[in-house]
Design a protein. Structure first.
Length: 293
């Protein structure tokens, strides 16, 4: 499933086509994705302008001139591709063509600037909802989310407070969207390695007895920010389905330190360890048992 860097990459690719443009025509080629599309979905979009395109955790949020917000999630295999009306879309260098199966092009946005955004989702785990802007804070998909890891509010003190007293593993705590929003398996593994912290370490060790952050907490926050920014700069990670809106793959997977690197030497400076894979809560965790403590 796409994580924060992949969704942010998609947002940046869609922004030039959607922001400031009006929905001239909307094609809803089926009535449902993961859930049924909203009532009067097409009617509530056509004729309205996208005043801004944001992101909350792994969700895309398009503010509309109607006062509603179009909330979108890519699911397991969802992707957007952007084309210009009349363009051939000929692939260039490093361009990977998407599925040509029209059956998987479920929603198509025709914009007033000539741009076309096509949502393709073979597995149909993605979703689209329309929510009144004033009720966005009450939206069940968003209301329990923790702070944005790249936002100003996220710091060592906030993370220490959220983890104080938690007896779960550090890996499990970071995957909890109530603790910090948008992190997934890949980037938690990578951030923990950068911070030299073991995934099985108790989450409570990020705080002292008074609930204040310790040095390792500061290092972890810095590592989370760094790995997310590096991944966004690389266009995200393409392991299975992720493509940028241009059709290009993301390249961050080529610089993974530990994720999917079982059996390889630890890339840590001066470390003699070997990357290992363990299973936590049914998910693979990759780490170095030598330098991550």
């Amino acid at each position: 499933m796409p994580e924060l860097p992949e969704v942010e990459t998609v947002r940046r690719g869609l922004a030039p086509v959607l922001e400031g443009a009006r929905f001239v025509r909307v094609e809803a080629r089926r009535r449902d994705l993961r859930w049924p599309l909203p009532n009067d979905f097409v009617k509530r979009l056509e004729g309205h302008t996208v005043t801004g395109l944001g992101r909350r955790a792994k969700y895309l949020l398009a503010d509309l001139s109607s006062g509603e917000v179009l909330l979108m999630h890519l699911g397991m295999s969802g992707s957007f591709r952007v084309v210009q009306a009349g363009a051939d879309g000929i692939p260039g260098a490093f361009h990977h063509e998407r599925s040509k199966a029209v059956a998987h092009d479920h929603v198509v946005f025709h914009m007033s600037n000539g741009g076309i955004a096509v949502f393709n989702d073979p597995r149909r785990f993605g979703c689209m909802k329309l929510v009144p802007r004033e009720r966005l804070g009450e939206e069940p998909l968003l209301r329990a989310l923790g702070p944005e890891p790249l936002g100003n509010a996220f710091d060592a003190a906030l993370l220490a407070s959220a983890c104080a007293g938690k007896q779960t593993s550090l890996k499990a705590a970071l995957l909890d969207q109530r603790v910090v929003a948008g992190l997934g398996n890949i980037y938690v593994c990578e951030a923990l390695h950068r911070a030299h912290l073991a995934p099985k370490r108790k989450a409570s060790t990020l705080a002292d007895r008074k609930g204040h952050p310790v040095a390792r907490t500061v290092a972890l926050v810095d590592a989370i920010r760094a790995v997310l920014n590096d991944a966004i700069s690389a266009g995200g990670s393409s392991l299975r389905d992720h493509r940028q809106t241009s059709g290009e793959i993301g390249y961050f997977q080529h610089t993974f330190r530990v994720y999917d690197r079982e059996g390889e030497p630890c890339p840590g400076r001066g470390c003699t360890g070997t990357v290992r894979r363990i299973v936590q809560n049914g998910r693979s965790t990759f780490h170095c048992p030598v330098c991550q403590k």
